[in-house]
Write a protein that binds this ligand. Structure first.
Ligand SMILES: C[S@@+](CC[C@H](N)C(=O)[O-])C[C@H]1O[C@@H](n2cnc3c(N)ncnc32)[C@H](O)[C@@H]1O
Length: 140
């Protein structure tokens, strides 16, 4: 595990399943990597524990519904599912993981964030990126 300090910014390279920090960060940012995890529930709990009270978790994830039928009019859904089968879901399943894939969708993401202990979960447009959404949640 490598760690670097840039004044008040701490950068960490680590297996997200093994992070055991407690109340060490004000914010954690993850870009399109939660749905790839073998154990996304454990990773979300680790992130929650690593944040201090009031800390912010931001994740960039595909803008898609968890309900297949709701994605019929979504112009990027077919691409999103195709990428998932070829990479994201496969990566997770190969490690006997949850296999969420890119199509896990907003409803499942909100539920898993809440299950990990996050509150004030909000979903925003990703500027200039119709295929993704930005989830912002708080550790109470
Ligand atoms: C779809 S890629 C996204 C990469 C990059 N964040 C981006 O937005 O282009 C998913 C990333 O999740 C990383 N990843 C998967 N499981 C991980 C874990 N347990 N700990 C840390 N990173 C993990 C993979 O190495 C991969 O780089």
């Amino acid at each position: 595990m490598a760690e670097r300090g840039l004044s008040n910014v701490k950068l960490r390279v680590a297996d997200a399943e093994l992070i055991d920090d407690e109340e060490s960060f004000d914010a954690v940012l993850v870009f399109n990597a939660i749905h790839d995890q073998a154990a996304p529930d454990a990773v979300l709990r680790n992130i929650h524990r690593a944040l201090g009270p009031g800390g912010t978790f931001l994740m960039n994830e595909p803008r898609i519904s968890s309900v297949l039928a709701e994605n019929i009019d979504n112009p990027v859904a077919a691409f999103t599912y195709a990428v998932s089968v070829l990479l994201c879901m496969t990566t997770s399943l190969a490690a006997d993981g949850a296999g969420l894939g890119t199509g896990w969708g907003e409803q499942v993401a909100r539920r898993m964030l809440a299950d990990a202990g996050f509150v004030d979960i909000a979903v925003h447009d990703a500027p200039g990126d119709p295929g993704n959404a930005i989830f912002v949640a708080t550790r109470p």
